[in-house]
Design a binder for this molecule. Structure first.
Ligand code: COS
Length: 378
C-alpha cells in the first residue's frame, strides 16, 4: 500500500495554488469560457511562479515537482478552470519526452526555453493518427547534419501559444512504428506554421490548433533518443501524463459537487431547501463517493510513478475512472440545479462541457481499456 499523507511542501503548494485559484481563476473563468480568448493574464502569473513547467528538474532551473505534487497542482487548477489546468498539464506532458530520452545538452536547450517563461506543445496526433498513434505520417528525412520535417499535426494543446514543440515524425514510413522518432522543434524555425484553431465545446480557455511543418530543418542533435524510439517515448510519456487528466477531472468534479451542495441548501421547493430531500442527498452522496474513489486512484498512480514502480495500467485506470466520474458528476450537478443548471447564467453547464474532453484526450477511454486489457492479459 502507499502513504496518502502529503509532505509539508506538498501541503504548502496545495494551499498556495488553492488561494491563487480562488482569487485569480474562479472570478474570470466564465468570462474566458464565453469569449474563447486565451487567458494570458492568468497564465503569465502562473509562469511568474514557475508553475507552468511543473516537472522540469531543479538542476535545469525548474521546480522539479514529483508526480504527486503535479497532480495536486492539476487538481487545484482544475477546480478553477479545466482549460487553464489543461494548458499547464500539457506543458508538463511536453517535457516528459525530453526528461525520458534527452541528453544533458538537449535538456538544457529545451528547459532553458521553458524557464524563460515559454509554453510548449506535444505534437503526436494527426488527422489519421489519433487512437492509432503509430500511424503518424509526418516524415523526418535525414539530410547531412539535419532532419527535414514535413507533415500536419492537429488538436495540439498550446499549438498557437507555444514557443517549442516535441514532435513525433517517421524517419522511414515503411518501418511503421519502428520508424517513429521524437524531435525538439522550436517554433521560430522556418516552415513551422500554426494552422486552424479549434472552436471547442469545452476547455475553451485552452488553445488547440493545427501545427504544420513544411520543409522544417532541425539539426540532427534535436533527435531525442535514437531513430525508431519515438513510439516508446510517446507511450512512456502518456503513462506519466494520464494521471494528470485524472487529477483535473477530480478538481472539476469537486467544483461541481461544491456548487451543487451550496445550491441545494439555498434552493427551496415544497417549503424547504432541496438539500433536505433524500433524492437530492443521495445524488450528492453518490457524487462524493465517486470523487473520493477517483482521487485515490489518481494519487496511487502518481505514488507509483514517484516510487519508480510499474504504473502504466494504474495510470490508465485512474484516467478512465476519473474522467467518466467527472462526466457523471457534472451531469448530476446540472440535474441538481434543474432548469437553472441548463442556463449559461449558472456555472455548472460549463463544467459538464469541460468534463467531456477528459474522456477523449490523452487516449480515449476505449484506448485506456486496450492498455489495461493488454496488461492484465499479458
Ligand atoms: N511503454 C513502453 N513501451 C510501450 C508501451 C509503454 N506504455 N506501450 C507499448 N509499448 C511498446 C510495446 O512494447 C511494443 O514494443 P515491441 O514491439 O518492441 O515489443 C510497441 O510499443 C508497440 O506496442 P503495441 O503493439 O501495444 O502498439 P499498438 O500499435 O497496438 O498501440 C496503443 C497501442 C493503442 C495503446 C497506442 O497506440 C495508444 O496509446 N494510442 C493512443 C494514443 C493517445 O493516447 N493519443 C492521445 C494524443 S497524445 S495527447
Amino acid at each position: 500500500m502507499f502513504d496518502m499523507s502529503l509532505t509539508e511542501e506538498q501541503m504548502i503548494l496545495q494551499q498556495n495554488v488553492r488561494e491563487f485559484v480562488q482569487k485569480k481563476i474562479t472570478p474570470v473563468a466564465n468570462k474566458y469560457d464565453q469569449s474563447g480568448e486565451f487567458p494570458w493574464e492568468v497564465i503569465n502569473e502562473l509562469i511568474a511562479m514557475d508553475l507552468h513547467c511543473m516537472p522540469v528538474p531543479v538542476e535545469y532551473g525548474g521546480p522539479g515537482l514529483d508526480a504527486v505534487s503535479c497532480a495536486l497542482l492539476a487538481e487545484e487548477l482544475g477546480k478553477g478552470d479545466a482549460g487553464i489546468a489543461t494548458t499547464i498539464a500539457a506543458n508538463g506532458l511536453t517535457s516528459y519526452p525530453v526528461m525520458l530520452a534527452g541528453t544533458p545538452e538537449q535538456k538544457k536547450m529545451y528547459f532553458d526555453i521553458l524557464m524563460q517563461g515559454k509554453l510548449a506543445g506535444f505534437c503526436l496526433t494527426e488527422p489519421n493518427a489519433g487512437s492509432d498513434a503509430g500511424g503518424v505520417m509526418t516524415t523526418a528525412v535525414r539530410e547531412g547534419d539535419e532532419y527535414v520535417l514535413n507533415g500536419t499535426k492537429c488538436f495540439i494543446t498550446n499549438g498557437g501559444v507555444a514557443d517549442v514543440y516535441t514532435v513525433f515524425a517517421n524517419v522511414d514510413i515503411k518501418k511503421g512504428i519502428r520508424g517513429l522518432s521524437a524531435f525538439i522543434v522550436e517554433r521560430s524555425r522556418e516552415g513551422v506554421q500554426v494552422g486552424q484553431e479549434e472552436d471547442k465545446m469545452g476547455i475553451r480557455t485552452s488553445n488547440t490548433t493545427e501545427v504544420i511543418f513544411k520543409n522544417v530543418r532541425v539539426p540532427a542533435d534535436h533527435l531525442l533518443g535514437r531513430e525508431g524510439e519515438g513510439f516508446k517515448i510517446a507511450m512512456q510519456t502518456l503513462d506519466v501524463a494520464r494521471p494528470m487528466v485524472g487529477a483535473i477531472s477530480v478538481g472539476l468534479a469537486q467544483s461541481a459537487l461544491d456548487l451543487a451542495i451550496n445550491y441545494s441548501k439555498e434552493r427551496r421547493q415544497f417549503g424547504k431547501p432541496i438539500a433536505s430531500l433524500q433524492a437530492i442527498q443521495f445524488m450528492l452522496a453518490d457524487m462524493a463517493i465517486q470523487i473520493e474513489a477517483a482521487r485515490s486512484m489518481v494519487y496511487r498512480a502518481c505514488y507509483l510513478i514517484d516510487a519508480k514502480k510499474p504504473h502504466g495500467k494504474e495510470a490508465a485506470i485512474a484516467k478512465v475512472f476519473a474522467s467518466d466520474m467527472a462526466m457523471q458528476v457534472t451531469t448530476d450537478a446540472v440535474q441538481v440545479f434543474g432548469g437553472y443548471g441548463y442556463s449559461r447564467q449558472y456555472p455548472v453547464e460549463k463544467l459538464m462541457r469541460d468534463a467531456k474532453i477528459m474522456q477523449i484526450f490523452e487516449g480515449t477511454n476505449q484506448i485506456q481499456r486496450v492498455v489495461i486489457a493488454g496488461q492484465i492479459l499479458r
